[in-house]
Design a protein around this ligand. Structure first.
Ligand code: UT7
Length: 322
């Protein structure tokens, strides 16, 4: 059987950093509140000329270089994003053009904060079934463009950035299992109510903002990580100690701690970057992964668990040998 393994990783963060102290000057909030409730200290914000596509391009270039792959070997591009550059074409096609690749399938996956994991699951299946041999899976977001800077309940939570991996065909795993899920029941708890088909409120000049019932989403997130934990423990026949590193979606430090506890993993084996990056939605897992690999914490041969939860609701996990 053909397996998929991570051959390379890359990421990109905008230069501009917005600290909690900066936010104190913009709205009625405090560094103390944000750190206590979320663990976030700062976030990166895209410059005016930076887009989801431009950040995705940089992350993809770095991942391809890290994999030692040539551009003509890339035969699939999947980009998880909730903040595409344009209505169409897909941001994946924009990235494909700028990479200088022609012909391979390139498409976006929209699963909010689970977007990277959805793309990872898809690319893994493409590789397993012979549809691709080297796939670039990207998560990239410019959430600052859909942040309501007058709503302290959401504005302090999000950041921009991109991360990417190259998945390649291999005789050995690599990816051991993936699970993705959705339940549309809770649409209104976390959404952007405006859109192309529904329309935009012209009094707001066509702007579209994230709206969230934070506390209800928090409770659903914790409950869902319980399901993810059970699915994972089942995959491992109870051997949770086999996981060297848990790389979760980075929404809130308290959610990450609750998830680690449900898995029975100590925080020493959890990669947490929410303090530095805030919630970058679909970009958060590959961003955290890249940082931990560059810092030398995650090493080749380690067993990793990715897990995400986001709007939809969508959620999922992936277990792999790096
Ligand atoms: O990425 C996928 C999904 N997203 C998430 O998983 C995020 C899930 N939710 C959360 O992380 C948390 O619910 C929040 C961080 C958003 C909020 O934390 P909380 O402990 O659930 O607080 P809360 O919403 O219950 O609000 C508590 C208080 C309220 O004041 P009152 O009504 O108790 O007087 C809020 O008005 O905190 C107030 N508050 C703030 N105060 C200072 C809300 N936002 C802020 C703020 N600064 N930025």
């Amino acid at each position: 059987m053909t397996h998929a393994r991570i051959a390379g990783i890359g990421s990109y963060l905008p230069e501009k950093v917005l600290s909690n102290k900066d936010l104190e000057k913009m709205m009625d909030t405090s560094d103390e509140w944000i750190r206590e409730r979320t663990g976030i200290k700062r976030r990166h914000i895209a410059a005016d000329d930076e887009t989801t596509g431009s950040m995705a391009l940089e992350a993809a270039r770095r991942a391809i270089e890290d994999a030692g792959a040539s551009l003509d070997e890339i035969d699939l591009i999947v980009l998880g994003t909730a903040t595409p550059d344009k209505v169409f074409p897909s941001t994946a096609c924009i990235v494909q053009r700028q990479l200088g690749i022609k012909g391979c399938p390139a498409f976006d996956v929209h699963a909010a904060c689970s977007g990277f994991l959805y793309g990872f699951d898809l690319a893994n299946r493409y590789i397993q079934t012979g549809g691709a041999r080297k796939a670039v899976v990207i998560g990239s977001e410019t959430l600052s463009r859909i942040t309501n800077w007058e709503d302290r309940g959401t504005a302090v939570l999000f950041g921009d950035g991109a991360g990417a991996v190259v998945l390649e065909a291999s005789d050995e795993p690599g990816v051991m299992s993936t699970h993705i899920h959705a339940d549309g029941e809770y649409e209104e708890l976390l959404h952007v109510r405006q859109g192309v088909s529904i329309g935009y409120d012209i009094t707001r000049k066509g702007e579209a903002f994230i709206e969230m019932q934070g506390n209800a989403v928090f409770r659903r997130a914790v409950a869902t990580f319980d399901k993810i934990a059970r699915e994972t423990i089942e995959d491992l026949d109870g051997h949770i100690d086999d996981i060297d590193w848990f790389v979760p979606h980075q929404a809130n430090m308290r959610i990450i701690q609750a998830a680690a506890k449900k898995l029975g993993l100590p925080m020493e084996r959890v990669i947490a970057t929410v303090d530095e990056h805030a919630n970058t939605s679909g970009a958060s897992i590959p961003l955290a992964l890249d940082l931990a690999v560059k810092e030398g914490r995650i090493k080749r041969g380690d067993t990793l668990l990715f897990a995400a939860f986001g709007a939809g609701f969508t959620w999922g996990s992936a277990m792999l040998k790096y």
